[in-house]
Design a protein. Structure first.
Length: 178
């Protein structure tokens, strides 16, 4: 998928919604789905089947030279992003609802998410405090940076789980207004 996305994203970056480009170049199932959707949308708007990077370049050229196609590309991207944000928000809401139902049932499993959340946030705070106040042993800078980056991502996920994503909600509201 990435070889098809590279010419699309590099050439159409000024008209791609940041959420689409970021999600398509990420990793995991969502990135794959967004990448496939981006290729499909560009293919449909350009009227060019995309099977190879050369096909992608032809499709990009067709979209870049036609203002109507550019407008249609932007509209369809918005539809895709809203759909993905909706799925992401529903997934998070389902996870929180499951925790609430387990707690109502008196299940000890209901403590899983809160305990993991506390552990992740404490580990993040501890490693951040160490990085800011202690000298890193020579040769360990990369390892510490990777660890802090991973803990930062986990801490972000913990906050997103418990309070939702205001950035995603704001992006969805902005797209819906358009």
């Amino acid at each position: 998928m990435l070889p098809l996305l590279i010419p699309i994203i590099s050439a159409l970056a000024p008209v791609l919604l940041p959420e689409v480009a970021k999600a398509a170049l990420g990793s995991g199932e969502t990135a794959r789905q967004v990448g496939e959707a981006a290729v499909s949308v560009v293919s449909a708007v350009a009227g060019v089947p995309i099977k190879t990077p050369a096909d992608a370049e032809r499709a990009v050229a067709a979209v870049q030279t036609d203002p109507t196609k550019l407008a249609e590309l932007y509209r369809q991207q918005g539809d895709q992003v809203v759909a993905l944000l909706r799925l992401d928000n529903e997934d998070r809401a389902d996870a929180r609802a499951q925790t609430v139902e387990l707690a109502k049932a008196g299940s000890r499993i209901s403590w899983g998410a809160p305990v993991v959340s506390v552990i992740v946030l404490l580990a993040f705070g501890y490693v951040l405090q160490l990085v800011l106040t202690q000298s890193i042993p020579p040769g360990q800078e990369t390892t510490v940076s990777i660890m802090l980056g991973a803990l930062t991502a986990m801490a972000t996920s913990v906050v997103g789980y418990w309070v939702g994503s205001s950035a995603g909600s704001a992006a969805k509201d902005k797209l819906l207004r358009k």
